[in-house]
Design a protein around this ligand. Structure first.
Ligand SMILES: *Cc1c(COP(=O)(O)O)cnc(C)c1O
Length: 382
């Protein structure tokens, strides 16, 4: 089976992890800070906080922005459930903004209209989470301008997008957001097995995220409300979690980062070959990439007629091609349906889902394997 995504682990990656295993610290050692600095430097952010998953990064980002009961978080339905669930972890409510079916990203016109309505009814969101779907950057400048007008904070869910560029900056710079979060799950662009990270330009947001990453405990006397008992003192000043990344994971991440630009270049080569192969196939819709930005190309999602999608998907799986579908809209999940969300509420996301098939897209996919995929897609979809 050719999967839709998989990790690439080099001998250097393995050596980096083994070096940690032979060192004094398996966790809470120097590798985590090294990884945080490496990502922050790469993307041009002043601060970064590494955690054990992007899900945890979303949670601590919402906590740092003081999301709580009575507050509202908005994201898109065309994402993994974690982008929305983080609101519930904080006791806040969730609503969705429909997407632009062409890109799979948040639709700016839909966002503007929904904000106008929410303003009239006094239900404006406190936090907005745009998702760079498949690695294609959202229109962050437009989202940022609306945040100034309506007073919400922005967390970029860049789980698909490390290595991409928006308006000349690396995704993660936070030029148009408060916080950006990344995922290092093995199907993503670079991996730490499980792992995530948040970047920000704001020292106070970084301090708050680091605090709740590790139980809400501080060892910094400046933040201790009580006088320290002694040099051993630590004080819990907030309720936090154990969301720490291990040094083994961080060492793997540092090593993987050195290959990031090669990974992205290969994904672009593969995307161009898919684009070209399907150019003459009107029944196969190809993904759109804005010429001014650089997609990290986490996914290559084609669109086929909704009524034929299941059959095409089944035929590709029978041909041993591990196609997938991104995403079942979050509001259609049983948990969300029980909360009152209904089919038909976000028609663009639902239409995108009904037509989508994610094709294999990963660094080590050979051109021969890709040709096999292309032939199978053409035979199934034409
Ligand atoms: C993978 C993913 C997440 C969650 O990442 P984990 O590291 O597995 O917690 C969140 N949002 C999006 C859009 C993702 O693709």
């Amino acid at each position: 089976m050719i999967p839709y995504g998989r990790q690439t682990i080099s001998d250097e990656d393995i050596d980096a992890v083994c070096a940690v295993l032979r060192s004094d610290f398996l966790t809470q050692g120097p590798a985590v800070e090294r990884f945080e600095k490496a990502v922050a430097t790469l993307v041009g952010a002043a601060h970064s906080v590494a955690v054990n998953s992007a899900t945890s990064a979303l949670h601590i980002a919402c906590m740092a922005l003081d999301l709580g009961p009575g507050d509202m978080l908005w994201t898109v339905p065309n994402t993994f459930v974690a982008s929305a669930n983080c609101a519930f972890y904080c006791g806040a409510a969730v609503d969705f903004v429909d997407i632009d079916a062409a890109t799979g990203n948040m639709c700016i016109a839909a966002l503007r209209a929904k904000l106008e309505e929410a303003k009239a009814s006094g239900t404006l969101p406190k936090v907005l989470i745009p998702v760079h779907f498949a690695g294609e950057p959202c229109d962050m400048r437009a989202i940022f301008d609306l945040s100034r007008l309506y007073g919400f904070r922005i967390i970029e869910d860049a789980s698909h997008a490390i290595g991409g560029f928006y308006a000349g900056d690396r995704i993660g710079t936070c030029a148009f957001s408060d916080i950006t979060i990344f995922s290092f799950h093995p199907v993503k662009i670079v991996t730490t097995a499980e792992g995530g990270l948040a970047t920000t330009q704001d020292a106070e947001l970084a301090r708050r995220m680091a605090l709740v990453r590790s139980h809400g405990i501080t060892r910094d006397a400046a933040y201790m409300p009580d006088e320290a008992d002694g040099p051993w003192a630590y004080q819990q000043i907030a309720l936090g979690y154990n969301y720490r990344m291990t040094d083994m994971q961080a060492a793997l991440g540092c090593s993987q980062l050195t290959a990031l630009d090669r990974f992205i270049a290969r994904r672009h080569r593969l995307a161009q070959r898919y684009d070209q192969a399907f150019e003459t196939c009107p029944s196969i819709g190809r993904p759109i990439r804005a010429p001014d930005n650089v997609s990290a190309l986490h996914l290559y999602v084609i669109h086929v007629a909704a009524e034929r999608r299941a059959a095409i998907f089944a035929q590709l799986r029978r041909a041993d091609i591990g196609v997938n579908v991104h995403y079942i809209p979050v509001h259609l999940q049983p948990y969300y349906q029980k909360m009152g969300f209904r089919a038909g509420q976000f028609p663009q996301a639902e239409a995108h889902y009904a037509q989508a098939i994610s094709l294999p897209m990963f660094f080590s996919l050979t051109l021969e394997e890709q040709d096999t995929v292309i032939a199978a897609v053409k035979s199934a979809a034409l």
